[in-house]
Design a binder for this molecule. Structure first.
Ligand code: FES
Ligand SMILES: [Fe+2]
Length: 448
């Protein structure tokens, strides 16, 4: 089935087969050809500030250990013992000087070296070379504005090249609200498993604001930070007066946000909490001063190819969609605040994040319902014969206007068309030149 990818994934016609959302063949191909090659989000440096700190994360289906060694160097290791494969670290996070395997007690230092082998002298001396049996480490990792990314592909390009011009948008998720680079702290992570293909979630964050009717009930309730009722009451309307854009990049990333007017003034937010409102007013002016023209970009949501999505402002979080099976996904939502924000600000944000997001969050519940029913209703013999439609706003976009990338100023399926164009390339096993658009093949060429 993966041999006729171009028939099943046809962005030029705006058609994508349901098979990619339900079939085991596609899923297995994704694990080998996509998740084992792309740069993947691992966590934040602030989760492991001290030597010996660790956090267990995931790459595709597999558990990995993010840790800081005794010399403060950051590593990402496969969480599997070199002896007989036992999961070496079964904790979510902590601090240690040694990872001791629970099975036969081989132990590894925080830089991954095999140190302890019980009864080494009696049983292994002269045979086992400990230097050859370190924990398996990713060939490349990148520390970027306080976040950590890694890839299993030794030939992968740098993370900066992989990110491309999506940088302008992602930076504004990772950076302090006042524009200082990095500085984010994770105040909680929601983890939950849901019966849906991971791409429903990744695609939704490419800028599917078309699904707003799904959130009608939360809009009516008025659960936003200022608690007002109205059309946008999931969040405060910071975007008022801006030019909404949807933008895609050759590497597969896509997002939506607003380009605010040059003379835009602070729009009051968190109006029931004067300390929080004051904080964000201060951040608004500082950010404008520091970022200058780039401060005009206000991010809403986006996906860094393939499975790292974000909410850029309210609620501020990074969401990673870990694959479990063709029809099951584990969502991890990292909630971010500025590490040096006042305690009251962090507390108000935490409460807002919880009522918005995660398995019990009022907005996230709406999305879950769509993704899991769509997965189920697309799994049947008859359903699988009919493709999904991605023909919205076909051709209605421009290059680098008013911001870099392929830009649409109206709601569009251009970002998912581009995402699936790149996705098909990974499954075909093409080289990095084509995957990054270095060869000039772009979403424009594919979609016209
Ligand atoms: S599997 Fe880890 S020590 Fe044997
Ligand atoms: Fe949604």
């Amino acid at each position: 089935m993966t041999s006729n990818i171009d028939e099943l994934i046809n962005p030029a016609r705006g058609i994508v087969s349901r098979e990619i959302f339900v079939s085991a063949e596609f899923y297995n191909s994704e694990l080998e050809r996509l998740f084992a090659r792309t740069w993947l989000f691992i966590g934040l440096e602030s989760q492991i500030p001290n030597p010996g700190d660790f956090f267990t994360s995931r790459m595709g289906e597999e558990s990995v250990i993010l840790c800081r060694d005794a010399q403060r160097k950051v590593h990402v290791f496969l969480n599997s013992c070199r002896h007989r494969g036992m999961k070496v670290c079964r904790y979510e996070s902590g601090n240690t000087s040694l990872f001791v395997c629970p099975y036969h007690s081989w132990s590894y230092t925080t830089d991954g070296k095999l140190q302890g082998v019980p009864l080494y002298r009696a049983l292994y001396e002269g045979t086992l070379n400990r230097d050859e049996w370190s924990l398996i480490e990713v060939p490349h990792l990148a520390l970027y504005h306080g976040s950590v990314w890694a890839t299993w592909d030794a030939d992968a390009p740098s993370f900066e090249e992989y990110l491309g011009d999506a940088k302008d948008h992602v930076d504004q998720v990772l950076d302090c609200r006042d524009g200082r680079p990095g500085g984010a702290e994770v105040i909680g992570i929601h983890k939950w498993v849901f019966p849906s293909n991971w791409k429903f979630a990744a695609e939704n964050f490419l800028g599917d604001t078309y699904h707003n009717p799904s959130h009608r009930s939360v809009d009516m309730v008025g659960m936003g930070p200022s608690g007002t009722r109205g059309a946008s009451s999931r969040r405060d309307n910071e975007y008022s007066g801006g030019q909404r854009f949807w933008v895609g990049f050759p590497q597969g990333h896509g997002m939506t946000g607003s380009l605010m007017p040059e003379d835009t003034a602070y729009i009051s937010t968190y109006q029931h909490h004067p300390i929080v409102d004051d904080y964000f007013r201060h951040c608004f002016h500082e950010r404008k001063r520091r970022l200058e023209a780039k401060a005009r970009i206000l991010p809403l949501v986006g996906t860094i190819f393939p499975n790292a999505s974000y909410h850029g402002r309210q609620p501020r979080s990074i969401c990673v969609w870990h694959p479990h099976s063709p029809t099951e996904t584990e969502g991890w939502r990292y909630f971010l605040v500025d590490a040096d924000a006042p305690a009251e600000v962090k507390d108000v944000l935490r409460r807002y994040y919880m009522r918005y997001s995660g398995p019990a969050g009022m907005t996230e519940q709406d999305d879950m319902e769509n993704w899991l029913y769509a997965t189920k209703a697309s799994s049947g013999t008859i359903a699988r014969r009919y493709p999904f439609n991605y023909q919205m706003s076909m051709g209605a976009y421009k290059a680098n206007d008013p911001i870099p990338g392929d830009v649409s100023l109206q709601i569009t399926d251009q970002t998912p068309r581009n995402f699936y164009r790149v996705y098909a390339n990974y499954l075909k096993g093409v080289g990095w030149d084509a995957l990054l658009g270095r060869d000039g093949a772009s979403l424009r060429a594919a979609a016209e």
